[in-house]
Every structure is written in C-alpha cells, then in structure tokens.
Design a binder for this molecule. Structure first.
Ligand SMILES: [Zn+2]
Length: 125
C-alpha cells in the first residue's frame, strides 16, 4: 500500500477512534452505576458518582448493549491503528494476501480479505 494511502486510513481511523471514545465516555456514566464489573474497562476508568442518575432497566440494558458494541468497535479501530504503526496494515491476517482498497475503504479496521471473511462466515454458521 502506498504511504499516502496508509496516512489516509490512519486519519480516518483516528477520527473514528475519537468519536467512539467520546460517545462511550458519555454512556459509561450510566454503566458505572451498576458497578458489577461487567462493563467494558473503558467505562470503569470514568466518573464514579452515579447515584443521582435515575435510569430505568430498559435504558440501562440499551446502554450496556451500545457500550459493548461500541467497545468492541473501538478495540478493532485501535488494533488497526497498531497495524498501521507496525506496517502490517492492509494485509489479511488469515492468508497474508493484500486486502483490497475498496474493502478497506468500506471497513478500515478489517483484518481479513473478502475471501477469508466469507470462509469465516461459512464456518461460523
Ligand atoms: Zn485472506
């Protein structure tokens, strides 16, 4: 992959990381309330005064759902940024082939080329 291309993905991933971090920080205040240790680590790092937030069960569940989805997403973004740092970005983790640029543009944090991804999905069903 060309260096300019790599830099573009880096900026894209960094923007996305910041956006997701901010939205997780917002939600982590609600999760902190429960304090049962089931929330993502990121949530625990933030505010710990929650007793005054009246949240009903449903909102809590929805928030946990959101935070775990976003938390996983954030993790993938961070991993992709690490791969940019160590130069392995854009390489398929399974077959070692080059991941298509079109695919990376659609899913900048992907670790697998489209062929391997399809294989994986076949196996997991
Ligand atoms: Zn592959």
């Amino acid at each position: 992959m060309r260096k300019t291309e790599m830099e573009r993905f880096r900026r894209l991933l960094e923007d996305e990381r910041d956006r997701v971090s901010r939205s997780l920080a917002k939600h982590s205040k609600i999760i902190q309330h429960e304090g049962d240790g089931s929330g993502p680590d990121l949530a625990k790092a933030h505010s710990n005064h929650m007793a005054d937030q009246g949240t009903d069960e449903y909102q809590y569940e929805a928030t946990i759902q959101f935070a775990s989805t976003e938390g996983r997403y954030l993790y993938h973004i961070q991993e992709a940024l690490e791969r940019i740092e160590n130069g392995s970005y854009g390489k398929c983790e399974s077959c070692g082939g080059q991941i298509g640029l079109e695919r990376l543009r659609a899913l900048p944090y992907t670790r697998l080329c489209i062929e391997c991804k399809e294989e994986e999905e076949k196996e997991s069903v």
